[in-house]
Design a protein around this ligand. Structure first.
Ligand code: PLP
Length: 452
């Protein structure tokens, strides 16, 4: 076995990490997480940490569920791999497709499997263009996304997303992808009421459609609640207006459920929370609670019928599409979510409790706004609550608070000066108390260090 110092030295010598400034690691090195149970992580130095982010928004059923390990083990012995290309399938993938169709909105009955959320969104781009080709409208190629949206890191995923730092690296977005503003009322609403701003932000879609030309627009893609962008909960007027516009122009609606899917909002999908009728829903993360990599695109009847009845072969797929072991784990994950009524638990108990507890943090001198839906939450850290002025260097308060949280045994994520959370869905009320009490202490320490 290796000591922490040895692991850090090997890491430093050989490992290029995603989304990491290696210079920034300095002498500290990476934090090495060794094991986990329930909502808790243990690092290689023995520190116990409450995982307020469920990894990367994915460990929905919590850590350490043996049943998933058993399902993987059994499937690996039975059939560790076979492809789903060329008219082949395997039992767990078939059963998982059917099980997902059962929990999806009624008009969505097919699943295309991928290996991740990014691959799901690459699939989305190809599928929407394929759909319009089949409909005899090949000019409909442009996909409209949102500034600050996140749809993954592949070329298509990062292009559909609207993260400026990602676009700057590698000359993105690729042609045929454009963006509209995000429905971020607290940060960008100006003098408008929340309701007015929601309508304004939604109508940016109509303006963009007119600007690009209706005959050139294939689809609109958005997360029900922007996650990586800072848990941006849209005003209540936003989605109804988007629905009106999408219907009016008959463009495809792609709702990225990679974070919201599998119970995060207290419904199976964010689309059900907001009463949306998507044509495509990219999924991943909670699909296996992150125990194995897997993603997919849930396809509504409008697109599926066209692809099946008129499409012939779709020249698209991944070696690991419908991977039997990942699918077996996905099925077991779904069984646990259902039999233990975890989505109902989120809706009826965990979410109302978490939201009421974090709402109390609004009285803290650093907190300008508290918002959230289900088990997603955000705290906006500001210097001045009345003017909403942030700390001078964006991220100063956020990264400081995040580091203080970890030292106090809590993982939260910082998006600029916004602190966000997305704990495992199985978090108990006593653990929510611990999470919120720790945040309050950490906010105090952050304020002290910032001298406010
Ligand atoms: N879509 C959304 C909404 C996400 O939050 C993410 C990841 O955070 C992705 C897509 C990309 O998924 P993956 O990292 O599995 O490629």
């Amino acid at each position: 076995t290796h000591t922490t110092a040895e692991l850090r030295a090997l890491d430093h010598a050989h490992y290029l990490h995603p989304f990491t400034d290696h210079k920034d690691l300095g002498s500290r090195g990476t934090r090495i997480i060794e094991r986990a149970e329930g909502v808790y992580l243990w690092d290689s130095e023995g520190q116990k940490i409450l995982d307020g982010m469920a990894g990367l928004w994915c460990v929905n059923i919590g850590y350490g569920r043996r049943e998933l390990a058993d399902a993987a083990y059994k499937q690996m012995l039975e059939l560790p791999y076979y492809n789903s290309f060329f008219q082949c399938a395997n039992p767990p993938a078939v059963k998982l497709a059917a099980a997902i169709a059962e929990i999806a909105p009624a008009h969505m009955n097919h699943v295309f499997f991928t290996g991740s959320g990014s691959e799901s969104n690459d699939t989305v781009l190809r599928m929407v263009r394929r759909y319009w080709d089949l409909k005899g409208k090949p000019t409909r190629k442009t996909v409209i996304g949102r500034i600050n949206g996140y749809h993954g890191s592949t070329v298509a995923g990062a292009s559909l997303g609207g993260m400026a730092p990602m676009h700057e690296q590698g000359d993105l977005p690729i042609p045929g992808i454009v963006h509209i503003p995000q429905p971020y009322w607290y940060g960008e609403g100006g003098d408008m009421s929340e309701e007015e701003f929601g309508l304004w932000a939604a109508r940016q879609l109509e303006e963009k459609i007119q600007q690009v030309g209706e005959e050139n627009v294939a689809a609109f893609i958005a997360e029900p609640i922007q996650g990586a962008g800072g848990v941006i909960v849209p005003p209540s007027t936003y989605w109804p207006e988007i629905k009106r516009i999408v219907d009016k122009y008959q463009i495809l609606l792609v709702v990225d459920e990679v974070i919201c899917g599998f119970g995060r909002t207290g419904e199976w999908f964010g689309s059900q929370y907001y009463d949306l009728k998507p044509d495509l829903m990219p999924i991943a993360k909670g699909m296996t609670s992150g125990y194995l990599p897997m993603g997919g695109v849930i396809v509504g009847d409008r697109v599926a019928r066209t692809m099946i009845d008129e499409g012939g072969e779709f020249f698209h797929g991944y070696t690991y599409s419908g991977h039997p072991v990942a699918a077996a784990v996905g099925l077991e994950n779904l069984r646990i979510l259902r039999e233990e009524k975890i989505v109902e638990y989120v809706k009826q108990e965990a979410a109302p409790y978490l939201q009421s507890k974090i709402a109390e943090l609004a009285d803290h001198r650093l907190v300008g706004e508290v918002r959230g839906v289900g088990l997603l939450g955000a705290l906006e850290l500001v210097k001045n609550k009345a003017t909403r002025v942030r700390f001078v260097e964006k991220g100063t308060a956020g990264t400081l608070c995040r580091d203080i949280c970890v030292r106090n045994g809590l993982v939260m994520r910082a998006v600029g000066d916004t602190m966000i959370m997305s704990p495992p869905l199985v978090i108990r009320p006593s653990e929510i108390d611990e999470l919120v009490n720790t945040i309050r202490q950490c906010l105090d320490q952050t304020a002290e260090q910032l001298g406010v």
